[in-house]
Write a protein of this length. Structure first.
Ligand SMILES: Cc1cc2nc3c(=O)[nH]c(=O)nc-3n(C[C@H](O)[C@H](O)[C@H](O)COP(=O)(O)OP(=O)(O)OC[C@H]3O[C@@H](n4cnc5c(N)ncnc54)[C@H](O)[C@@H]3O)c2cc1C
Length: 502
């Protein structure tokens, strides 16, 4: 049986970052990925020569000295990526029954100036919003690439509700809706979303907002190349099915094809529930397993990827978020008739993009229960299965309904469509390897912040977790998760200073 220092299950952003640090620090890593393409949500696909991202439409914090910039620079990514800075007003919020477009801007001064222009009576509320957002971020030292929080304890702020905070800022319902308008970024739901999740995500984009030209897969390519250059190994199209515990620690991983790989440490980048399901040991107590099994996952999505006719639909360097009046905090609670209560539009930039767009992604929520009739099917490029005619009809019906909704605000869009492709919760379930195609891992809940917290260390001394269900989702959140897990495994965090000063 082959033996490595560390075996990493899954090649999502968290796993890739963790493997980069460990292999750079001299650990011999073996990364095992079940898909043909590495990257998890960083995977891209090409339709009619247009590159579409499956889970990275824009990134924040990439201006010199900002948090993701420093991490990417240290990882050797900054001079390899082709980035496009988005417009100053990077997110345009469109509210039902209102022809005005509200702008969320990068740069705090620009953010304040644009919102105060639209809400002149609300200057104080907007200023307070910005100050609070920045202050909350200080409670999360790794977000600031610090190892100490300077006396600030994050639990003090984890119990604050995003919705209640915004509602108490202002009586102006429109401003409230605008501040929550892009909350599909973090699956914002009124009864659960903590303010810190809103703050960490929004601050990142308000610092600076960027698109990856030709998709985010260059991130995967560079990070994978680093791992190999450091003498470590990546196995694709191989799935870990069991972690075997012997004498109080994991001795080896059993792969679906029967291969056994031994290691001193194991890091799982798949979701914590699946990790514990594949690890039979009394060290993980039934109460812990039950807590994880009962954790709610974030909602899933229905996505239309459009290929445009050439020279037809204008390319813009901003996104659109549409929200139905009064629904900004409960878009998940749609019924068939009302769906969708909101959607987002993201352009797909490529090297040849000029004033017209090649492609666009329309993103709306979809609950997993809608695709239950086809739940027993499994379809990926390497394991093809036709889900059947009824599924195709279902997707077509949903797509036409969503397009109809988008057309109300963007008349003429349909005439520019050459063709479109759709994905459902089943697509994400099958490509990411979770139960329900959830968007961002487990739900963070301000009412019980500790219960929703998953630590990188487990009760099995050499088994660690990483990825979006731990600290925060998103490329920034999972990169930080990779740093935290690597620090926990090595028992040292001196590399954080190197990243800060890279
Ligand atoms: C529709 C959508 C849009 C998004 N948009 C953005 C955006 O614009 N900006 C942004 O920053 N973030 C965005 N995100 C979020 C971001 O992409 C994710 O939070 C992040 O990429 C998740 O990384 P992860 O480390 O948790 O790993 P994941 O991406 O969850 O990957 C886990 C990997 O583990 C593999 N795996 C699972 N089980 C096994 C096994 N048993 N054996 C081997 N391999 C296994 C899977 O195949 C997968 O490759 C978006 C997400 C979605 C779904």
């Amino acid at each position: 049986m082959k033996k490595f220092d560390v075996l990493i299950i899954g090649s999502g952003m968290g796993g890739l970052v963790c493997a980069n640090i460990l292999s750079r620090e001299g650990y011999r890593v073996c990364m095992v990925e079940r898909n043909k393409q590495l990257g998890g949500c960083l995977q891209i696909f090409v339709r009619d020569k247009v590159i579409f991202d499956s889970g990275v439409h824009y990134l924040g914090g990439l201006d010199q000295g900002q948090n993701l910039y420093q991490i990417f620079k240290w990882l050797g990514l900054m001079d390899q990526l082709q980035l496009e800075r988005m417009d100053e007003a990077f997110d345009h919020i469109v509210l039902e029954g209102d022809d005005k477009i509200y702008e969320i801007a990068q740069g705090y001064d620009a953010f304040i100036q644009r919102l105060t222009r639209d809400f002149p009576e609300e200057g104080n509320a907007i200023l307070k919003y910005c100050n609070t957002i920045r202050e909350i971020c200080d409670y999360f030292p790794m977000y600031r690439l610090q190892t100490e929080a300077g006396g600030k304890e994050k639990l003090e702020v984890m119990g604050i509700s995003a919705r209640i905070f915004i509602d108490q800022l202002t009586q102006n319902k429109k401003l409230r809706a605008v501040l929550a308008g892009n909350n599909m970024l973090y699956a914002g739901a009124g009864e659960q979303t903590p303010l810190y999740v809103h703050a960490l995500i929004l601050n990142s984009y308000m610092e600076s907002a960027w698109r990856c030209v030709n998709g985010g897969s260059m991130i995967t390519r560079v990070l994978a190349a680093n791992i190999r250059a450091n003498g470590s190994v990546i196995l694709r199209k191989r799935e870990v099915s069991q972690l075997i515990v012997e004498d109080g620690s994991v001795s080896h991983a059993l792969l679906k094809d029967g291969t056994r790989i031994a290691a001193n440490y194991f890091v799982s980048n798949t979701n914590p529930v699946n990790t514990f399901r594949m690890t039979e040991t009394p060290l993980i107590r039934p109460v812990t397993r039950k807590r994880l099994e009962n954790m709610k996952n974030t909602i899933s999505s229905f996505i239309i990827n459009i290929v445009f006719k050439p020279g037809c639909f204008p390319y813009v360097k901003h996104n659109y978020y549409y929200v139905r009046a009064g629904s900004e905090w409960n878009m998940e609670a749609y019924d068939e008739k009302e769906w969708p209560l909101g959607y987002a539009l993201y352009m797909a930039p490529s090297k040849r993009t000029s004033e017209f767009a090649d492609g666009m992604t329309i993103f709306a929520y979809m609950r997993y229960e809608e695709v239950l009739p086809w739940a027993s099917s499994f379809n990926t490029v390497t394991s093809k299965q036709d889900r059947g005619l009824a599924y195709e009809k279902f997707k077509r019906r949903k797509a036409e309904k969503l397009l109809g909704k988008v057309e109300e605000k963007f008349p003429g869009i349909r005439n520019c469509i050459k063709t479109y492709y759709t994905s459902t919760p089943l697509s994400y379930r099958d490509y990411i390897g979770n139960d329900d195609g959830n968007l961002y891992g487990t739900v963070k809940d301000y009412r019980g912040p500790l219960a929703a917290l998953v630590a990188p260390k487990t009760k099995v001394p050499n088994l660690f977790l990483t990825g979006q269900s731990l600290n925060l989702h998103g490329i920034l959140g999972t990169a930080i998760s990779g740093l935290i897990t690597a620090a926990a495994l090595m028992g040292k965090d001196d590399f954080i200073e190197k990243i800060r000063n890279a």
